[in-house]
Design a protein around this ligand. Structure first.
Ligand code: ATP
Ligand code: MG
Length: 286
């Protein structure tokens, strides 16, 4: 048998582009023709299954696919037994409760005895149970936002990212009940050569993610500020210091985390740094 693992990714939707970009950034090549449901990489032992996101947790739990990329909302809702290997940082959204704009909202008690439409009955009922609220959950599979205006429900629980869909449908968000992003999931019984391939893939994904969350910085500084500057941007092992042609000055190269970026830049300037360049990093292996 050929030693190849299978990963399930969304065929087309809000997870697809970022899932496939991540795989490409890992140096994994494959043909993704429109309408194809299966594809094998030409340079890595992996086969892709292109599926509806609803089916991904089940396929991974059953071992039809070894890995999958899916939103946490779908994963928790489907309640299948799989391992979450990694949060992927894209397709971020939240599940929220919303009610008609004109209604007064005083708190979660509002929903007692009310009828709520949602595509996420499990997540919603777990949430309401924890809050001790009894409501009628009406499961529908799409276009949840129109339910109140057609008299199907008094409130909804649905995915929100900017809130503009809610507004267009005359609704307002009143409670956030779940936060979600894309995750890499795995079958619970991967071992031997399969887990070795998964490790290789994870190694590459980590390098891509680390690269994205860090920046390469180059700057010029007078020699007397070097100690201070090195303490501000210690980098991976330590910064590179190169002498400039101009006496008494050096060029400092280092790595800083994206989160710290603005804070660090200000401190560096205050310490005498100038000509600061910030460059993206494609991959980073520590
Ligand atoms: P499928 O046809 O595969 O069943 P779908 O219609 O169920 O697709 P999409 O709308 O493509 O699902 O969303 C897929 C996932 O992307 C959602 O489950 C959620 O995790 C995330 N998501 C949904 N809406 C947004 C959004 N507006 N912004 C960011 N992420 C989102
Ligand atoms: Mg779906």
């Amino acid at each position: 048998m050929e030693k190849i693992i299978r990963i399930a990714v969304q065929k087309s939707g809000r997870l697809s582009d970022d899932s496939l970009s991540l795989i490409k950034e890992c140096g994994i090549k494959f043909y993704n023709g429109t309408g194809k449901l299966k594809s094998t990489s030409t340079n890595f032992p992996i086969e892709f299954l292109f599926l509806r996101d609803d089916d991904i947790p089940g396929y991974v739990a059953d071992g039809v696919a070894d890995l999958g990329i899916v939103g946490e909302n779908e994963l928790v809702e489907k309640n299948k037994s799989v391992i979450t290997l990694k949060k992927l940082g894209f397709s971020k959204c939240r599940l929220s409760l919303a009610i008609p704009k004109g209604q007064e909202y005083s708190g979660i008690q509002y929903f007692e005895g009310k009828n709520i439409a949602t595509s996420y009955p499990k997540i919603l009922s777990d949430y309401l149970k924890a809050k001790n609220i009894k409501a009628d959950i009406h499961e529908i599979s799409g276009s949840v936002e129109i339910a109140p205006s057609i008299g199907l429900a008094e409130g909804i629980c649905d995915i929100v990212s900017s809130g503009s869909t809610l507004m267009m449908n005359g609704l307002k968000e009143v409670e956030e009940i779940f936060k979600s992003e894309a995750v890499l999931i795995a079958n619970t019984s991967l071992e031997g050569w399969k887990s070795e391939i998964v490790e290789k893939l994870l190694f590459r994904m980590n390098a891509v993610q680390k690269g994205k969350s860090n920046k390469y910085v180059l700057l010029n500084a007078p020699n007397e500020s070097l100690d201070k500057i090195i303490s501000l941007i210690p980098g991976m092992r330590s910064p590179t210091i190169l002498p400039l042609a101009q006496q008494g000055w050096s060029s400092v190269h280092s790595v800083i985390s994206e989160d710290q970026f603005w804070e660090n830049i200000e401190e560096l300037r205050a310490a005498g740094a100038e000509g600061i360049l910030v460059v993206p990093i494609e991959k980073m292996v520590i």
